[in-house]
Design a binder for this molecule. Structure first.
Ligand code: SF4
Length: 440
């Protein structure tokens, strides 16, 4: 609890105060200016390494350190205590909230300026507190259903070598008097098989002599658990959210396709005599608008940004889905009472899980590019970064191939079919890598 409240204090300081300070002088540095320091801490360290922590230790960040989770749970302790309504439990929220936040963040240049950071991060915190106040008692309804990154964190934590393992037999045989246990993200602990919904808070450790922090083979949850708990929203998040919208969001500004498209649209508008989309300004909370810093997005810029992100998501996400569905079809046969279509869908969703390493690495590398550019602006050049980026991407792609091979092996029935399905998966993994490499 002490750690959580210290982080809440630091978070509030770094989110709120810079938004009310004057813009940093040209000579300012990370170590001399709070705005630059907060920018570096949030986007250069906090975000990329929270993602890494998911792969290393599961959702420990969520359970022990996240300020929004702590505030939401505290609000729910003193709030109305209502049960969560159907709209809160809508299954597509993890995908929709992630995409909306990513796109809105790009429209406002959230990585560069403190006011958008306050609006987006602070707005999310206010929403978390409100949801906590309204729904649940001592619970984290926000974290379980609505947090814009809970889907991404849940996916990455499936790769973690640590989890809370539940021994079902020991649970059922336990003669200990039933103690009260508050699992804030409302995980059905007795039947819990993986780490993706667990916040690693440790409150259930030792419960009924059946729950223990345990090691496992990294990625084993993806191969052995994810197939029996397929969730279509996870496929949407991996394929169109991370490998589509997020990949585009990290490289749109430097993409020659974006620049060429914008130029062509501008020429067409000039020919038609329609100038307002090129010269118009809108408030900073709609599109980036800092004329004093020579940084303004016109309505045309905004429209082209949305077009580019949609284009990347549809082209790369669409190609990946074709490969996934083809591999899924190869591995599908009518089974028991299940129709061919149902088995095909299950195989396809399970195969999509193999793309988690490459999807996670795209977001990590995108944020690492922010780290590099912030440090570069301060005169610190990390010349080894291209090597790091290529190594991370190659390792993630190999990990995805290994997972695809193992998943295909579960259903193939023959080595030839396993090789054929894995070959199709190479197409999906290659398309994912290409989405990242597009501007290069
Ligand atoms: S399952 Fe246990 S460790 Fe995980 S969030 Fe619930 S109480 Fe905490």
């Amino acid at each position: 609890m002490a750690v959580q409240w210290i982080i809440v204090g630091i978070y509030a300081l770094l989110v709120v105060v810079p938004a009310f300070l004057p813009p940093p002088a040209r000579t300012a540095h990370i170590w001399t200016n709070l705005t630059l320091f907060a920018q570096f801490v949030f986007w250069g360290i906090w975000w990329p390494f929270v993602l890494v922590s998911m792969v290393m230790v599961g959702r420990l960040w969520c359970g022990v350190m996240c300020p929004e989770g702590a505030l939401s749970e505290t609000a729910s302790r003193h709030g109305r205590g209502r049960s969560a309504p159907a709209w809160v439990k809508w299954k597509m929220w993890p995908f929709v909230a992630f995409v909306l936040t990513t796109v809105y963040g790009q429209m406002l240049s959230v990585y560069q300026y403190p006011k958008p950071a306050l609006l987006i991060l602070g707005g999310s915190t206010v929403a978390a507190i409100w949801i906590g106040y309204m729904y649940g008692r001592n619970k984290r309804i926000w974290c379980k259903y609505l947090c814009p990154v809970h889907g991404v964190f849940g996916l990455l934590s499936k790769l973690s070598p640590l989890h809370y393992r539940v021994d079902r037999a020991a649970w059922d045989d336990s003669t200990k008097p039933v103690a009260r246990l508050n699992c804030a993200p409302i995980v059905p602990i007795r039947t819990m098989q993986g780490a993706s919904t667990c916040h690693m808070c440790g409150r259930c450790a030792g419960f009924r002599d059946a729950v223990a922090l345990s090691r496992r083979t990294p990625g084993s949850e993806i191969v052995h658990v994810a197939g029996s708990q397929t969730k279509p929203w996870e496929t949407w998040l991996i394929v169109f959210g991370l490998l589509g919208v997020a990949a585009g969001a990290f490289h749109w500004a430097s993409s020659p396709y974006y620049i060429a498209g914008k130029q062509a649209a501008a020429e067409w508008l000039v020919d038609k005599g329609v100038m307002w989309p090129i010269t118009g300004h809108v408030p900073w909370w709609v599109l980036t608008n800092y004329p004093d810093l020579n940084d303004v997005m016109s309505p045309l810029d905004g429209a082209m940004l949305l077009t580019y992100l949609t284009f990347v998501a549809l082209v790369f996400g669409g190609a990946i889905m074709v490969f996934l569905a083809s591999a899924g079809r190869l591995l599908a046969r009518p089974l028991g009472g299940a129709t061919l279509g149902a088995v095909w869908r299950q195989r396809t969703h399970h195969l999509a899980q193999a793309l988690i390493p490459i999807a996670g690495s795209i977001v990590f590398l995108g944020l690492l590019a922010t780290t590099t550019s912030i440090l570069k602006a301060d005169g610190i050049r990390l010349t080894f970064m291209p090597t790091v980026e290529n190594t991370v991407m190659a390792a993630a792609a190999l990990w995805s191939v290994a997972l695809a091979w193992r998943i295909c092996g579960l259903y193939a029935g023959s080595r030839t079919r396993q090789i054929a399905a894995t070959t199709l998966m190479l197409g999906a993994i290659g398309a994912g890598a290409l989405a990242w490499a597009l501007p290069y």
